[in-house]
Unconditional design. Sequence first.
Length: 195
Amino acid sequence: MNERGLKGLESRMRLLEAAAAEFARNGFHETKISTIVKKVGLTQPSFYIYFSSKEAIFEELISEFHSNLKKLIESKRLEDNLEHMDLSNRLAEIVENVFLFLKKDPNLTRIGFSLNPKADDLIADLTIILKNNLTTEQQFGYFRPEIDMEIVAKCISAVILHLSFIYVIPGIKDTKSLSLQLVDLFLQGMLNEND
């Protein structure tokens, strides 16, 4: 790629970052293209070289977020024949990877789940992928066969999303200890084995 192409790519990326920050801060309707371009030192006509409208840049942010999160979850299916301790550690690692993804760009996370008019569809799509992963892992013998993995997937999705907004993104709890606690809760439950 030549220098002009690289500069154009850089300008496009800067516009996406500035737009994400503005949408997350002000919402879709209150965000102005003039504010976005001002933040990155470009002109309004230059915006239209890369994006046809405010809706187009917003949709691209949502689409990219959805696609990347979907790929992450699809790639995290457990392998067969893990020992119990390895199973707990791998599950905690998977949960932590999702927390880290959501924490990496809080603006995109807010847009994807709070401002996205199709957020329910995004959550449903991710829950289906998680359910498929869990069902395969259930077939490996990791989880009790009578448990409905759709319910488990919905619970896990809701908990991870909620904890991300109240603990992870604000930096109140670290992702590793939170992941370990969450996995322990789902695998071991809350009952005290000494009673």
